[in-house]
Every structure is written in structure tokens, then in C-alpha cells.
Design a protein around this ligand. Structure first.
Ligand SMILES: Nc1ncnc2c1ncn2[C@@H]1O[C@H](COP(=O)(O)OP(=O)(O)OP(=O)(O)O)[C@@H](O)[C@H]1O
Ligand SMILES: [Mg+2]
Length: 226
């Protein structure tokens, strides 16, 4: 059965009830689908960003502190989903999925041991989730965040921003602005093609539809040209 990595964004913690509902739903869906959650950094990573500005930390140190922020959010997520299993190794994640449990992957052990990505703020939990998905042999990655997908502009500031149903890796890399996905992801996808979809986690039914292979409001990051 296909394995899906869900990067559950820290942005979702702004709506505790909806995040609880999403995590409970995922634990339920994991009984019949192989699902591994990779946590975002959220408020914990923002604290590291602030401390980095205050202390001008060594980039290797702030990188590791930001990874530990993901571990912290992962533990928070585990508390919202009975039936989830916290894992730190790939074989544990696969075993949890095969037993019908939702695996929540804390990335610090793998990232500290192997250090596979550049140590900079350009790398966020999005790139790390992609890296983990590749190592797990996942079929696709759902970037679960607090907006409906990738827009032509930040939808929170620009009311005319248009939701893109599909965006190519090239177009995503060309978007000069910040989007909901970090700027290293398109570069990694060129080397390691894997299906990626951006979806709004405040609507757990959309996530469920995508997992069932049905269409839902979202953005597909495609390998094709435009
Ligand atoms: N072009 C864009 N399309 C979509 N979202 C955008 C765009 N530009 C900026 N954003 C912002 O990106 C935010 C989502 O990304 P953000 O990194 O803040 O959250 P996350 O990835 O869910 O959480 P975390 O990074 O903490 O794990 C949205 O709330 C939106 O305001
Ligand atoms: Mg993010």
C-alpha cells in the first residue's frame, strides 16, 4: 500500500479545535492508509528565529535548534491523536504504519546524524519532510497548511490572490516571493521527483479526499512545464 508523508504545518496551531479534529481524523485514516506525519516548526521555530536575531547564532546551531522545534511540535501533535506512535527512525515509522497506527516522525535524530541539507533558514520543515519522504520510499507528500494551497500572492494580504490548481517545479522556483512552501523544495524536487500537494488542514475532509485519491481544493506541484 502506498505511503504518504503529511507535513503538518505549525501554522495550524492557531486553531486548536481544527488541529485536534485533523489529528483525530488522521489517526482514524491511518487504520487503512500508511501515513507518516512530519511536524512543522511553528511557534517553536519562530522562537529560535527570534533568538537567532538576538544572538547572531552560528548557522549550524540555529539549524539544529530549529530541528528540535520540529520535535517539540511533533510531541504536541502526538498528544492530539490517540493511536499515534512517536518515532525517530525509518524502520519504526514503517512498522507503525503497517500496524495501522499514525506515525509521527521526530526528525532530530536522523537530521543530527546525517545532516543531509544545507544549514540555513532557507531549509525549513518542508524540505526536511521531503527528505524524510524519500528515505521512507513514500509515494507522495501532502503539505498541510493554513491556506488552500499556493496562490499568486500571499492570500492573507492580497485579496485578489488566485489559488493555483497546479504549479510546476520551475514556476514555483521562479516565484520570487515567499509562498507557503520553502524555496529549497523546488530544487530538491528536480533531483528527487515525488508527487507533492499543498492542502488546507483546517478542512480535514479535503485531506481525506486526497488520501482516497479523490480531487479536493489544493495545489498540485507538478514536474511539467507551466
Ligand atoms: N503565494 C502564497 N501562497 C500561499 N501562501 C502564502 C503565499 N505567500 C505567503 N503565504 C503564507 O504562507 C503561510 C503558510 O506557510 P507557513 O510557513 O507560514 O506555515 P506552515 O508551513 O503551515 O507552518 P510551519 O512553517 O510553521 O510548519 C500562509 O499562512 C500564507 O499567509
Ligand atoms: Mg512553513
Amino acid at each position: 500500500m502506498a505511503l504518504t508523508v503529511l507535513k503538518v504545518g505549525g501554522s495550524l496551531s492557531s486553531e486548536p479545535k481544527k488541529l485536534r479534529c485533523l489529528m483525530a481524523r488522521l489517526a482514524e485514516i491511518a487504520k487503512t492508509h500508511r501515513l507518516v506525519v512530519v511536524p512543522g516548526g511553528g511557534d517553536f521555530a519562530d522562537t529560535v528565529r527570534r533568538l537567532d536575531k538576538q544572538f547572531t547564532l552560528d548557522r549550524h546551531v540555529s539549524h539544529r535548534m530549529a530541528i528540535l522545534a520540529m520535535d517539540q511540535y511533533g510531541l504536541l501533535l502526538s498528544d492530539l491523536s490517540t493511536g499515534s506512535v512517536v518515532v525517530r527512525q525509518f524502520d519504526q515509522a514503517l512498522a507503525a504504519c503497517d500496524s495501522g497506527n499514525l506515525a509521527i516522525f521526530l526528525p532530530s535524530r536522523f537530521m543530527f546524524e546525517e545532516d543531509p541539507l544545507e544549514n540555513s533558514w532557507a531549509v525549513t520543515s518542508d524540505s526536511i519532510a521531503l527528505c524524510i519522504a524519500l528515505r521512507l520510499g513514500a509515494e507522495r507528500v501532502l503539505f498541510v497548511t493554513d491556506v488552500d494551497g499556493v496562490y499568486t500572492a500571499n492570500p492573507k494580504n492580497e485579496k485578489n490572490a488566485q489559488l493555483l490548481k497546479e504549479v510546476s517545479i520551475e514556476a514555483l522556483a521562479d516565484l520570487k516571493m515567499r509562498t507557503s512552501i520553502d524555496s529549497v523544495v523546488p530544487r530538491l524536487l528536480k533531483k528527487w521527483p515525488i508527487e507533492c500537494v499543498v492542502v488546507n488542514g483546517f478542512y480535514s475532509e479535503r485531506v481525506e479526499r486526497l488520501l482516497d485519491g479523490t480531487d479536493a481544493v489544493s495545489t498540485l506541484i507538478s514536474a511539467g512545464k507551466p
